[in-house]
Design a protein around this ligand. Structure first.
Ligand code: NAG
Ligand code: NAG
Ligand code: NAG
Length: 597
């Protein structure tokens, strides 16, 4: 497999160089379409022939280019990784010199074992235990080498958030150990030592780093005894029959007075997480995408293809991976973190992906909005269809050569749109055609990124070009007028378009489209239900009304880091997950008391 693709890569490299000599990059001939992809052996479904630009060929059911594109686009962003909790990507990165990192603790002692640090103090403060806790501020003194696990990889639930860590720490997914954080951090750090890893970056309410050694690469800025509660305020935690510990503070919070410091801290950690909702996300962790390892890579983990078949994206996870694939994943990971200065193409993949999302995200959204329209007035429908056609044309404008010849109506069926296939092709290949020359220098991870970009742009261009061409053929485009024979059924076209755009947008599934509608007010914040606030509660948890008699002075932070205890039967059963938990939908929550999640 490897030697085969190497040959392909080398021969493509020379073919590409030959091409470059023949056709200068800035050709003045706008109508010329580069004969690309002819030798593209990297992307098997789109092999060489003229039929590859047919409008009927959508992506295969099990293609993951869209998922790799979207998860890479979402790296280190809180919003998309809260929406889809189960991570699939592992990426090496560094935390630059000078970065501040924070640690909350109940003891005035710098940890001597691996421990957790936060990128925002609002997060670490939650772990300063007791009435007054200790808060440590560290500064990075040399780039810290880390591995990033995407998804809500620090959310302590058994449904898949920990899968990618488990396979590294323990060689397999062990869902029942989702709360075994102490062993997880020890085993990850133990494994990473050989490769000079300083830690592991994860996300829960906000971003955090599992730091392996508090004496390596960090220096103390301050270590303060901070006041967390007013002197008179009790911790307001109910005294419960045994066991004294509960699975999560969210279970208890309804019992607390609405202006309690607990609520403020619980909200503020979610708030600081929200600062990293969108691109560039938490940029204190700098990723090296040339070392991306993705469990959505169907060449790396083919055994997960049938595991995912028929599942909704919320339910994708790594549990079920074969042991062969697992070894391959670990080998690949060791490869990417061992190579000190891997040769790569120099392409800024993150920017390329963002350029594509920026260019299409809001236009597709506006087009979807224009098509979400019904009227019995045919003039109104026609007006709307023309507005939609304009949006489609704007998307394709850079690819609309003046020499395009639109046939008159009459041609029908599959071939009726063949005249538009050069536009589809130019649209689909423009972002990647020249960077293909870099293939000989690309790392295997970059090949995966290239494939994801190609598959994604291809589908965007296939659908939008088809929609536009249908509009042209129906006489809707003022720039490309045609002779109509007969009245086109505009209502039918609108319906087909609506279906096309909805299918495309659900395939792309960009979290940028998930918003609070209407937008939240100034005292609110848009929020996606997540751990620990909205996690299913244990069934047997008593929920008395708040009662000062029912209070004990236990640290809340324990509930964040300690596993739930079993009941007398050795079982801790949870309420069935709600739909809101399984498929987080945005809602506005208050930024001020009274709080609520
Ligand atoms: C992907 O799906 C196609 C059919 O849609 C199937 O023929 C092919 O074997 C699948 N690929 C894998 C790797 O399972
Ligand atoms: C379509 O319009 C309806 C009514 O205005 C609205 O409730 C719905 O959210 C819209 N759908 C989309 C996908 O915009
Ligand atoms: C605590 O609350 C429970 C449930 O409301 C109640 O049965 C119990 O008597 C309370 N305990 C005290 C000490 O008030």
């Amino acid at each position: 497999m490897r030697s085969h693709s190497l040959v392909a890569v080398l021969s493509l490299g020379s073919a590409a160089l030959a091409l470059r000599g023949q056709f200068p990059a800035n050709t003045a001939d706008e109508t010329y379409i580069r004969p690309l992809d002819i030798v593209d052996l990297n992307v098997p479904p789109y092999s060489s022939n003229t039929e590859q630009w047919r409008f009927e060929e959508g992506p295969p059911e099990n293609a993951t280019g869209n998922l790799i594109f979207d998860t890479v686009h979402s790296s280190l962003q809180h919003w998309p990784n809260t929406r889809y909790r189960n991570g699939h990507n592992i990426v090496p990165g560094v935390i630059p010199t000078g970065t501040l990192l924070y640690h909350g603790t109940g003891r005035h002692a710098i940890p001597t074992k691996p421990d957790w640090i936060a990128t925002d103090p609002e997060h670490s403060i939650g772990f300063a235990r007791g009435r007054d806790g200790w808060h440590l501020t560290l500064a990075v003194t040399r780039p810290l080498k880390v591995l990033y696990f995407d998804g809500s990889s620090a959310a302590k639930i058994s449904e898949g958030t920990m899968d990618t860590q488990d396979i590294i720490a323990w060689g397999e997914v062990q869902p029942e150990r989702y709360f075994d954080e102490r062993r997880r951090i020890q085993d990850l750090c133990g494994w990473g030592k050989e490769f000079g890893l300083d830690g592991f970056a994860r996300m829960e309410m906000d971003f955090e780093v599992m730091l392996c050694d508090f004496t390596a690469g960090v220096e103390v800025v301050s270590f303060l005894h901070v006041r967390l509660l007013p002197k008179h305020e009790n911790l307001y935690l109910p005294r419960l029959p045994s066991p004294p510990r509960l699975p999560s503070p969210s279970s208890l919070r309804p019992l607390l007075p609405p202006d309690s410091e607990h609520w403020i801290r619980a909200f503020e950690v979610m708030h600081s997480g929200s600062w990293h909702n969108r691109y560039p996300g938490d940029s204190r962790i700098v990723l090296d995408l040339t070392g991306l390892v993705s469990l959505y890579d169907i060449a790396l983990a083919p055994s997960l293809v049938p595991v995912r078949a028929g599942l909704e994206r919320w339910d994708h996870r790594v549990l079920g991976i074969s042991s062969e694939d697992l070894s391959q994943v670990k080998r690949k990971l060791i490869e990417v973190i061992s190579l000190p200065h891997p040769v790569n193409s120099g392409i800024d993949w993150m920017t390329l992906i963002h350029v594509i999302v920026d260019r299409y995200a809001d236009r597709l959204e506006l087009t979807e909005h224009l098509l979400n329209f019904t009227s019995s007035d045919s003039q109104e429908v026609l007006q709307r269809a023309k507005l939609t056609q304009t949006q489609l044309r704007i998307m394709l404008r850079p690819y609309l050569s003046d020499s395009i010849i639109v046939p008159s109506t009459g041609a029908s069926g599959v071939d009726a749109l063949e005249w538009a296939s050069p536009i589809f092709r130019l649209c689909a290949t423009t972002h990647t055609s020249v960077i293909m020359n870099q293939i000989p220098f690309m790392t295997p991870s970059e090949h995966l990124l290239l494939k994801a970009v190609k598959e994604t742009t291809r589908e965007i261009c296939r659908v939008t070009t088809k929609m536009w061409a249908v509009g042209v053929m129906s006489g809707l485009d003022t720039l490309f007028p045609i002779e109509l024979n007969g009245e086109p059924d505009i209502a039918q076209i609108m319906n087909d378009w609506k279906e096309d755009i909805q299918k495309l947008m659900s395939w792309l599934d960009w979290s940028i489209w998930i918003k609070c509608r209407p937008a939240c007010g100034p005292e609110e914040m848009c929020y996606l239900p997540t751990w620990p606030e909205n996690v299913p509660r244990p069934k047997d948890l008593p929920r008395p009304p708040w009662d000062p008699q029912n209070i004990t002075d236990t640290s809340e932070a324990d509930y964040l880091t300690e596993p739930p205890l079993e009941n007398e039967d050795g079982i801790f059963s949870f309420e069935a997950p709600t739909e809101e938990w399984r498929k987080p939908q945005p809602k506005c929550i208050r930024r001020l008391s009274p709080y609520g999640f």
